[in-house]
Ligand binder design. Structure first.
Ligand code: HEM
Length: 391
């Protein structure tokens, strides 16, 4: 077992203009034990890159999701526990058994059956946005005009949040998922969102609707304050991640046109792109061995989803985009008790978006060379600032 204290390497970044994960990941996967890396806030963490090891980290009860534990990885600039991680109801930061109470209350809202019921609404949203694209001429920015509004409109409909406020919550979410935001900026973005949702919840208390927030308010196992934390988590988790996957997945299909129309492209795009590479942060609360490496209690861990999803031991020719492969064991949605609650919804949104877009605009193509696309990699999520297309 490797125990020696390693010299931290710089946190690996994606190469500009490339859709594959950081080049360093391959070297890290083949190395004995794990590697330490320094984070923007100055703390050091263990990087986990092998598929098997990432799944071990995400299922080991000696490893916690609670950022209040000493040594939890801080992606914030100042290295402190960033909001909204301390908000009641922000259950992605809770460990079992407390976490289970929230998961139990929410699972019925995100089952395959429930998402199927939402399918006509998703189709209507996608169709209207494509109508507007076609009415607007023969070119567009597909991020602003399609990839972002699809999940924003869907999450608004699901939660019962007015879409007219989308710029308000989208801009504040961007602050929360960007490394370069200061803790002060993050704190005020989180506070503004909480104030906004608290007001919305007090209205829903008096005038309940047929939406998820109104439903949760009737659940006696949850307080109103917790419902507001849950709503915040769903609102933040529900749009930027999916928007990045829709936009980058369109790029993958435009670069691999033979797969247009194949529904299996959704799962492969999730694996290949792994936009939430550094989302699942952890800390060891007891000494634990992962991948032949001793991790001591109080040491931070970053399981890298994109590294695991490009591990040749789990996916042959992993750097090739091949929707024909079995890809379902990817960890783009995490693994274990915190595995993404919204995954069936994401698949429905991505599938509807790709199918309808290419059926209705078969001549769609990039308006700039792929290497000139403005990739977004300055935060916890991988994505595109813009996607100029023409048809
Ligand atoms: C958790 C990825 C979209 C709601 C997670 C986790 C990942 C992830 C990696 C695990 C975090 C951890 O273990 O600490 C993604 C990706 C998405 C996406 C790649 C889009 C492509 C969504 C959507 C929603 C959502 C649309 C809701 C509408 C959640 C929630 C959790 C979560 C509530 C926390 C679950 C828990 O702690 O039990 N997601 N997500 N996500 N996601 Fe997603």
């Amino acid at each position: 077992m490797a125990t020696a204290d390693a010299i931290p390497i710089e946190f690996p970044r994606r190469q500009p203009g490339r859709l594959t994960p950081p080049a360093e990941y391959a070297g890290l996967r083949s190395q004995e034990g794990l590697v330490k890396s320094s984070l923007p806030g100055g703390s050091t963490v263990w990087l986990v890159t092998r598929h098997e090891d990432v799944r071990s980290v995400l299922t080991d009860p000696r490893i916690s999701s609670n950022p209040l534990h000493e040594g939890f990885p801080s992606m914030g600039k100042n290295g402190t526990v960033p909001p909204p991680d301390q908000v009641p109801g922000w259950f992605v930061a809770y460990d079992p058994p407390e976490h289970g109470r929230f998961r139990k209350a929410l699972i019925p809202e995100f089952t395959v059956r429930r998402i199927k019921e939402m399918q006509p609404a998703i189709q209507r949203i996608v169709d209207r946005l494509i109508d507007a694209l076609l009415d607007g001429g023969n070119s567009a920015d597909l991020v602003a005009q399609f990839a972002l509004p699809v999940p924003s409109l869907v999450i608004c409909e699901l939660l019962g949040v007015p879409y007219s406020d989308h710029e308000y919550f989208e801009s504040r979410t961007r602050v929360l998922v960007t490394f370069t935001s200061t803790d002060e900026q993050r704190e005020s973005a989180a506070k503004e969102l909480i104030t906004y949702l608290t007001k919305l919840i007090s209205i829903k208390h008096k005038f309940p609707g047929n939406d998820l927030i109104s439903g949760l308010l009737k659940n006696e196992t949850l307080t109103a304050q917790e419902v507001s934390g849950i709503a915040l988590l769903l609102l933040i988790a529900g749009h930027e991640t999916t928007a990045n996957n829709i936009a980058l997945g369109v790029v993958m299909l435009l670069l691999n046109r033979e797969w247009i129309g194949d529904p299996r492209a959704v799962e492969e795009a999730l694996r290949y792109l792994s936009v939430a590479d550094r989302v699942a942060l952890r800390v060891a609360v007891e000494d634990v061995e992962i991948g032949g490496q001793l991790i001591k209690a109080g040491e931070g861990i970053v399981p890298l989803g994109a590294a695991a999803n490009h591990d040749e031991n789990a996916f042959e020719r992993a750097d090739q985009f091949d929707p024909g492969r079995p890809a379902r064991h990817h960890v783009a949605f995490g693994y274990g008790v915190h595995q993404c609650l919204g995954q069936h919804l994401v698949r429905a949104e991505m599938g509807t978006a790709y199918r309808t877009l290419f059926e209705r605009i078969p001549t769609l193509r990039l308006a700039v060379p792929p290497e000139e696309l403005p990739f977004k990699d300055e935060g916890i999520l991988f994505g595109l600032h813009e996607l100029p297309v023409t048809w």
